[in-house]
Design a protein. Sequence first.
Length: 185
Amino acid sequence: MSEHSPGRAKSVSVYQLDSADPESELVDRRSIPEADVQQIDLLMAAMGRLRETEDQVAEAATEYMKLNRTDMRALRFLIVCENSGKLATPGEIAAELGITTASTTKLLDRLERGKHIVREPHPKDRRALVIRVTAQTRRSAMNTIGRHHAKRFKVAADRTPEEREVIIAFLEDTSRALSLEGIDW
């Protein structure tokens, strides 16, 4: 029996619908065959493991780089801008990260003190600044975190185009379903 076989012995998991919703208060599964519920449980558990792995990688990366997650997101944005030939300004960083200009200034001060970025005059607008990641930080990020994240591409490349379409649709639909839009907490 394969690892993903619906007939394998059940263990308690936070991702099993029977454990999380035994009375079908959240999901009416009367019309869903038990084998499908078990397979969906396996899918939810796999998504949970992916989330946990991504959290562990993010935590290890922030520890390695001695930066917080927002700092890491800023550096990634700066590397992507550089790779795309786009100049990154403080305002664009603020918009990308969804933070205020005051928070962006503090972030840039922190990254500059750590020698992760440099501020330079904008080549076309004397009033603006361009933010660039330092060569050392770029190299460090690319050779560690970047290489690690690039493994995702190999996993995707090992799937057929049809399988990738199904995965894309599933992830996009899941993202829309989990969106905070319209939720009144």
